[in-house]
Design a protein around this ligand. Sequence first.
Ligand SMILES: [Zn+2]
Length: 370
Amino acid sequence: MIRRFSPRRGAVVLALAALAACDSPVESPEQQPEDLAAMVEALGFRGDMVQDFGDYVVVEGDIRIPKAQLLAAQPRPAGDAMGPRFHYRTFNLVGSPKVHQVRVDLSGLNGNPDWQNAAREAIAHWNALPHSYVHMEEGASPDIVVVANCGLGSGTAGRATWPSGGNPGPTIEANPCFSSNHAQRVRNMVHEFGHTLGLRHTNWQSRGESAGSEGAVHIVATPTGKDNASVMNGGTAGESWAGFSYNDIWAVWGLYPIPDPAVTVTYTASGDPIVSWTPVFGALSYTVRRTVWISGHDEFGSFNAIGERGAFTNASSPYVDTGWPYTGVSVCEYNNAPNDYLVNGYGYRVEAVFANGYGTGSAGAATAVC
Ligand SMILES: [Zn+2]
């Protein structure tokens, strides 16, 4: 495989999440190509390898970025009186696959059904986060115990502990004596679960909080401007649940992405590719895609794309593909110097499919017909 087509794994997702930045949804789908290139470059990707698919772009061959994300990533205006509200995490995070099987005990809220319902709803919101590997459910041998505590004071709706030893913070206290409605309780519970996963207040500095021994590491997925919409802003116990912000989603994606399967390709004696991959805990199914990575340039500029030559859902490893025989060649190069250059890399992508997204791994295959 030529380097620019080299399969990309989880690090790419992390890198993407680490570089994307936004503040709030922007409804402005019409952009000129040169603007797209500049926005992609602002995120740290190659501006000359952008492919426009309408509501999203693909950069560097296989990294998909929604246009709304690109638009929202533009720099904030100067003179922001509220100061930075980046997303921050503690030193400690929850391990994998623990973060996908977090058990929560809500029985401590049996006497406070309003808060118990809010906590249940908060868990459902966390589980529905796109691209996130975070999954919580109620069950025995809990990792997180949620209890009621009227002693937190009239201005505090909840409190939570930080992760340690690869486990989530073990305790959340909800204050049933805090005057609140359902939407406020849901927001507070979503926020407290965020702390148990290692998310700090986005505005911890302006609130005068100390980084402390737990640390305050900037999640570079998040913007260089404030994020008023983040559920992880502190001092907001009176706010109502209005969903995760874009930055919340990207921060959690960066911290806890759905894992990517590691893919290898071998061949049967008769020359059929055998696609194998490492299992990803919790995957609902796997999809195998025959893939051609296409790139090149001509007198008009550079281009690249991904072509699909067939997809196989509900596949299991090892998957023998009887329809794409071994040729001994994995890359086709067409070089008509000086203006026309095209190279096609052949291989497979395997998606580990989850209800809220998928992880993807790739490997080259000697199935090219040039
Ligand atoms: Zn908090």
